[in-house]
Design a protein around this ligand. Sequence first.
Ligand SMILES: [Fe+2]
Length: 205
Amino acid sequence: MIYTLPKLSYDYSALEPHIDALTMQIHHSKHHATYIDNLNKALEKAPQLSEKSLEELLLLGEKLPADVKVAILNNGGGHINHSFFWESMSPTPSKPSERLQKSIADGFGTWDEFQAQFAQAGLTRFGSGWAWLVCHNNSKELSIISTPNQENPLQTGHTPILGVDVWEHAYYLHYQNRRADYIAAWWNIVDWDRVENRLAEALTS
Ligand SMILES: [Fe+2]
């Protein structure tokens, strides 16, 4: 399996002023593309893994061959996380429906509490990583977690519903050290229809 960089459904400038065009261009065409190149290079060295899906590779974790384990986990995670991230955003985002707001408020008390906890998870992730709204695969409970580097919630038995990239490469050109301002602005471009569909799928799978 050779992985390729997914095309975005919007222009690099389409998420301005919340995310600037140069950040989007570098993030997608350089950072994400490099994860894919490095993932493909690692898989060339391990042809016995060629039939596995990306999710299966990440779930293998420590069982991956030692010489490609770190490369597959870091770059495979980078590919899956970024693909998910681009699809979480829209230049013409829908508002969260009443049904979605109720589902989320049931898990966190209120919608505002959900947003506050999510933002806090992103803000307090030390170094590089992600903040996520996730659905536990067995209990179906919603929770907010953060993961370091390019780890994905599927590696801890969760289905990601929404995730924000808090690596500095996601915001530094425009926001410099102001990660909180980046997260606050990011809410304006979340595609809530996509979030609602992911949640519905997670709850019924
Ligand atoms: Fe990123």
